[in-house]
Design a protein around this ligand. Structure first.
Ligand SMILES: CC(C)(COP(=O)(O)OP(=O)(O)OC[C@H]1O[C@@H](n2cnc3c(N)ncnc32)[C@H](O)[C@@H]1OP(=O)(O)O)[C@@H](O)C(=O)NCCC(=O)NCCS
Length: 146
């Protein structure tokens, strides 16, 4: 992820109500090469325009990894962008000796839940009223990487 990608990533997330709205400092920290935990950030570009249309960020503490965010611009959704992003992320995670991926998601985020289930994630727990803004539960999902 380049600095320009980072600006675009923030733009994409800001336009999506369910994406985490990280401040710039969080992206900078996520991309700090010596930062801990180590993170992998991937972007998907439109093949014709080169414009970034999706992003995914995961943190790694092998053998575990956490998918911290995955988001695709609204007009680019349901065309397999997130599926391809996650496949690329899973490959990177495997190469880094990660065998288990976890994530948390708002219980009301049906598109994301459908996406995660389609990738093979299963529910492993629930954190009641985890999100302070809406008092909403977080669902914890996990996936074993083969
Ligand atoms: C979740 C999200 C990343 C999915 O991105 P996407 O590029 O549209 O997903 P894909 O096209 O790769 O979908 C792959 C499969 O996931 C499932 N899926 C994805 N979105 C779905 C939806 N809205 N409803 C039902 N199933 C869905 C389907 O099985 C889909 O396969 P299909 O289209 O062949 O039926 C996208 O909806 C998004 O950016 N949401 C807002 C941000 C967010 O909530 N991120 C997650 C929390 S950080």
């Amino acid at each position: 992820m380049t600095p320009a990608d980072m600006d675009r990533a923030m733009e994409i997330a800001q336009d999506l109500k369910d994406a985490p709205h990280w401040p710039l400092a969080a992206y900078l920290a996520a991309l700090e090469p010596q930062g801990a935990p180590r993170r992998i950030a991937l972007v998907a570009e439109d093949v014709k325009t080169g414009i970034v249309v999706g992003l995914a960020v995961a943190s790694l503490l092998p053998p575990q990894g956490e998918l911290e965010t995955i988001a695709v611009v609204a007009e680019g959704q349901r065309h397999g962008v997130a599926r391809r992003l996650f496949a690329a992320m899973a490959e990177e995670l495997r190469a880094a000796q990660v065998t288990e991926v976890m994530l948390e998601v708002r219980a009301s985020n049906r598109p994301a839940l459908a996406f995660y289930h389609a990738q093979g994630f299963v529910e492993t727990g629930r954190r009641p009223r985890y999100y302070a803004d809406s008092q909403e539960d977080a669902l914890l999902l996990g996936l074993r990487l083969k």
